[in-house]
Design a protein around this ligand. Structure first.
Ligand SMILES: [Zn+2]
Ligand SMILES: [Zn+2]
Length: 312
């Protein structure tokens, strides 16, 4: 006899959630998953900042789950999916096809930001330069920059991204180790507009464990990319997530505890330091984004890659 769902008692329990000590059927799991996202959105007033919502849709599981849940829970908002096309051969094509398929199936407008056209260089071009050694972190900078540029151009009120609980804690731990408190500060669930960017950044999956995102996507047959990036995933980040996984096997609540003390205790402290002094924020004369000098650091990187002329 299969174990029955702890909530409805009628369907088979498909999955055991250790930190609530319950077996859930697919339907009850969906409710559980979506309920937590809704609670997070309401608690941090993520969607009360406007009606035009962009979702960074990469083709990966997190953003795919996010767009699906948002559209289901808040059907009255106006959504646009922003897909960044990195130009990484079949990998990018696969991601693009899956992202577009999902947007179309949800009847959400699909906006493609092609690095080839918008930057004049692709990630493989950058990989061939001195930034190639740390391509995952450079790719991350450019991703943030590109999402900002696209959101600015589209004039959205809110940019929602799919960062999950494990992503957040992993960056938190590594930033702690390197003493990079400013990066930790950026991990907040909601980031207010930083002029000239006129939109809020929100992370509705910020307290959803990565494993549950994967389950949600597979239970609901949501299309996601099937290839891995040929430049490899960041090995250190995978290792740190592995440590978190082992830790939470011993203490099922630990990830939630870390997140809770982060938002309740640590953020208010950092608020005092960072909120008062933004420094002088200028506007990059190339991309129009926020910058500390005449040209922002990402535009300078892109200029460099063009100058060394890897394309010959
Ligand atoms: Zn059930
Ligand atoms: Zn710039």
């Amino acid at each position: 006899m299969p174990i029955k769902c702890s909530r409805c008692g009628s369907a088979d329990g498909e999955i055991y959630i250790d930190y609530i000590r319950q077996y859930l059927c697919i339907e009850c799991f969906n409710k559980f998953f979506e309920g937590r996202v809704k609670k997070t959105i309401d608690k941090y007033r993520m969607l009360s900042r406007g009606d035009y919502v962009a979702v960074g849709l990469s083709g990966g599981k997190d953003s795919a789950a996010l767009l699906t849940v948002l559209k289901k829970l808040y059907p009255d908002k106006k959504y646009i999916a922003i897909h960044l096309h990195h130009g990484i051969y079949e990998y990018s094509e696969d991601s693009y096809v899956k992202a577009r398929e999902l947007a179309e199936s949800l009847d959400v407008e699909f906006h493609v930001f092609r690095y080839e056209d918008e930057l004049g260089v692709t990630i493989p071009d950058i990989k061939a330069t001195r930034y190639g050694r740390k391509i995952c972190s450079t790719c991350g900078f450019i991703r943030r920059w590109a999402l900002a540029k696209a959101s600015r151009m589209l004039g959205v009120d809110i940019l929602a991204t799919g960062h999950n609980l494990d992503d957040t804690l992993e960056v938190m731990l590594s930033s702690f180790i390197s003493g990079d408190y400013e990066s930790i500060y950026r991990l907040r669930p909601v980031l207010p507009p930083l002029p000239p960017n006129n939109y809020w950044k929100v992370k509705p999956l910020i307290n959803t464990p990565e494993y549950e995102v994967l389950l949600y996507v597979s239970f609901n047959r949501i299309p996601i990319k099937s290839l891995n990036c040929p430049f490899g995933d960041d090995a250190r980040s995978i290792r740190r997530k592995e440590i978190l996984r082992i830790w939470s096997e011993r203490e099922p609540m630990v990830k939630f505890q870390l997140f809770s003390s982060f938002t309740k205790k640590f953020i208010p402290l950092l608020d005092k330091v960072y909120n008062e002094d933004h420094g002088e924020v200028r506007i990059c004369r190339l991309c129009g984004g926020p910058s500390l000098s005449d040209i922002c650091s990402t535009c300078r990187k892109i200029q460099y890659v063009k100058k060394v002329g890897v394309r010959g």
